[in-house]
Structures are given as C-alpha cells and as structure tokens.
Design a protein around this ligand. Structure first.
Ligand code: NAD
Ligand code: TYD
Length: 360
C-alpha cells in the first residue's frame, strides 16, 4: 500500500495524474491537496468523487500547520508537487503569488516532509519519495540548434520560470544537505484534456468555437516541444517508482511545433470534427488569426533531450502528435459544459485584461 500526497491535483496535469494512477495501481491511497485557485477545478475529478481510496483536502501548500496535520494523520509515502502558479503571462503582470506558491510553498512542503520522514539516525525509509514537477522553462531559451539536457545551466527568463528554477534549487539543496529523497522532473509543454484555456491550445480551441480572434504573439515562429499529458503522467509515475533520488530527469515529446503551425492545425481539426450541421463550422478559418504584440521576454524555442529517462528508466512518449491533438480537440468538443463553466465570470475578466489592448 502506498499513500500519495498529490498537491495541485485539481489542475490540468495533477488531475490527469490522479486519474492515471487510480486506473493503474490498485494498492494506493491518494490525497489531493489543492487550494482551488482559478486554475483548480473539482469538475476535473468528478468521476472519482466518493472513491474510498481518494481524499480531497482544500488547502495551501504554504500552510505549514495544515501540512503537519496531513503528515500526522496519514503515513504519506510519496509527495508529488504539482501545485504552482503556472501561467507565464500572469507572472509577467505580477510575480508575487508565483514566488509565494512556487518557492515558499515548495520549501514549506519540503520542511514538513523532512520533519515527518527523517528517522532518528538522520536517514529515510526507502519507501519515501518526493517528486518536484518542474519545467524545461528553467533552462531559458534556445536558438535554432541544440537541446536542453539535464546538465544545461539554469537560465530562467521570466518570473514564472525563475520561481520554478528557485524551487528546483531548494529541492536540490535538501537532497545535498539532508540526504532528502527527492527527484526533479523537467517537462516540456503539455497538452490534453482539462487544460485551462489561458494556455495556447485550449485558448485556440475555445476561440474557434466562440468565433473570437486568435491572438498569436509576435511573428508566431516561437517553438514549443509538445507532449501529450498522459505520457507525462506515465513518466512521473516511473520516476517516482524507479528514479534515482537526487537526480533530475528531462521529459519531452520530441515534437517541436511553431506556434503559427499549431494554430493552423487546430483550426483545421476543430472545423473538421464539428458536426456537419453546426453553424459555427463555416465561421472557422485562418481569418480568425491575429498577430498581436509579443509577450515580453518571449522565449524563442524549447526542445528537450529526453535520452536520460529513456536509457535509465525506459520511458518514451507513446502518443503520436496526430493522435494526441485529435483526442484533445475531441475532448473539448465533447465537454462543452466544462469549457462553458471555466470560461465564464473570472475568465472573461482575465481575457479582457490580457488581450483587450492587443486585439483592439
Ligand atoms: P495548473 O495551473 O493547471 O494547476 C495548478 C494547480 O495548483 C491548480 O489546481 C491550483 O488550484 C493549485 N494550486 C495553486 N496554488 C496552490 C497552493 N498554494 N497550494 C495548493 N494548491 C495550489 O498547472 P498545470 O499546468 O497542471 O501544471 C502543474 C505543474 O506542472 C506545475 O508545477 C507546472 O509548473 C508544471 N509544468 C506544467 C507544464 C504545462 O505544460 N502545463 C509543463 C511543465 C511543467
Ligand atoms: P503557453 O501555452 O502560455 O505556454 P508557455 O508560455 O509555457 O510555453 O504558450 C505557448 C506558446 O504560445 C508561447 O510561445 C506563447 C504563445 N501564445 C500565443 O501566441 N498566444 C496566446 O494567446 C498564448 C496564450 C500563447
């Protein structure tokens, strides 16, 4: 029996991970600690509500007292720290909450785990593991050539990636100083079901469906290395079970796409998959694309060398881009109610603030 403490499990990747592990393993108990910020959504976990091996706790990873209550009530074996402020554009507007959650929250979580896990001789039970879910953005930006390796120096270039890099360094310091059993994964851009439509792919799908302009930053030639979220979940589970403590593992899709190409692919698939008699079909075209003012400090290219995790742990991405992107569009088309709920109220305000000047 393994008890997982998943933080940020009501967000995009965290909720996919919870579905994945509950399907995959029978002998587990899952605690999901989530603050339910704008990005956290319990609808993502509706199908497992009431499961006897799943418990949701609403709370903040910065809340030391709450964390102590959790660790003293449950014999936590694995911590997987997804909880974070995750959107670069928001971090450019105000980085305060990014530093609080991503840096101080991670440090608080590490402290409490250390306090409860460390044995009187200073060692740790082999069962205990902490996985910090990080990002390739900590390595900065690539030119036309080259790949991010685990040995690439950290060079974050926006407040989000700087906060994630800071968290990575705190995690590393706990491994080096206290022999704390943690590893770090650095993943490229994810796509798939349950992603909040502030990020490029669901934003484009949503704008197509509601006939809104599609904002493409700068010249649209920035490149991201896209990975289907379920493949990321598989990688995290493998690192947790078989990874070497203290190590970093890059996770990538080997799938570089220019933003403008991604937008055109999405327009084509949404149009194709909509029902014949859906009146939105005729309004969806590349004419919706609007090149807008670039993101400040916009990283040009991300590309991951994922050979370490392939060679050491046998992980490779299994979902082809063609399959993954069609599944994703289908999921949004089949989950109109989910999309409607997350794009009302607060989202409209966010969209107005973030895009009004750019799109006017
Ligand atoms: P998300 O924004 O969809 O979800 C974040 C979740 O964390 C939300 O449920 C939110 O309510 C919760 N949360 C925020 N602050 C919290 C706090 N203080 N205490 C407890 N819960 C809190 O993010 P995501 O895209 O699912 O990303 C998950 C993790 O993966 C993040 O750490 C992110 O940096 C990392 N990551 C994301 C990507 C990507 O493409 N989305 C790629 C690489 C790494
Ligand atoms: P995003 O999904 O925000 O992920 P990240 O910044 O973490 O890579 O953005 C992906 C790419 O798409 C990035 O180069 C910025 C670009 N982008 C747009 O061109 N328009 C948009 O409206 C958004 C949200 C992103």
């Amino acid at each position: 029996m393994y008890t997982y403490l998943i933080t940020g499990g009501a967000g995009f990747i965290g909720s996919n991970f919870i579905h994945y592990i509950l399907n995959k393993h029978k002998d587990i108990f899952v605690i999901n600690l989530d603050k339910l910020t704008y990005a956290g959504n319990l609808d993502n976990l509706k199908s497992i509500e009431g499961y006897k091996n799943y418990k949701f706790i609403k709370g903040d990873i910065c809340d030391e007292k709450l964390l102590e209550e959790i660790f003293s009530s449950y014999d936590v074996d694995y911590v997987v720290n997804f909880a974070a402020e995750s959107h670069v554009d928001r971090s450019i507007k105000d980085s305060t909450i990014f530093v609080k959650t991503n840096v101080l929250g991670t440090q608080t979580l590490l402290n409490v785990a250390k306090e409860y896990w460390q044995e009187p001789d200073g060692g740790y039970n082999k069962k205990k593991k902490f996985l910090q879910v990080s990002t390739d953005e900590v390595y900065g930006s690539l030119g036309k050539e080259g790949y991010f390796r685990e040995t690439t120096p950290l060079d974050p270039r926006n407040p989000y990636s700087a906060s994630k890099a800071s968290a990575d360094l705190i995690v590393k310091s706990y491994c080096d100083t206290y022999g704390f059993p943690a590893s770090i994964t650095r993943c490229s851009n994810n796509y798939g079901p349950y992603q909040f439509p502030e990020k490029l792919i669901p934003l484009v799908i949503n704008n197509c469906l509601s006939g809104k302009k599609i904002p493409v930053y700068g010249d649209g030639l920035n490149i991201r290395d896209w990975l289907y979220v379920e493949d990321h979940c598989k990688a995290i589970d493998i690192v947790l079970r078989k990874g070497k403590m203290g190590d970093v593992y890059n996770i990538g899709g080997n799938n570089e796409v220019k933003n403008i190409d991604m937008v055109k692919i999405l327009i084509k698939i949404v149009k194709e998959l909509l029902n014949e008699n859906d009146e939105r079909k005729d309004l969806i075209s590349e004419e919706l694309i609007k090149f807008v003012e670039d993101r400040k400090g916009h990283d040009r290219r991300y590309a991951i060398d994922a050979n370490k995790i392939k060679k050491k742990l046998g992980w490779v991405p299994e979902t082809t881009f063609e399959e993954g992107i069609r599944n994703t569009v289908k999921w949004y088309l089949n989950n109109g109610e989910w999309l409607k709920n997350v794009t009302s109220g607060e989202y409209l305000k966010y969209y107005e603030e973030m895009y009004k000047e750019r799109l006017d």
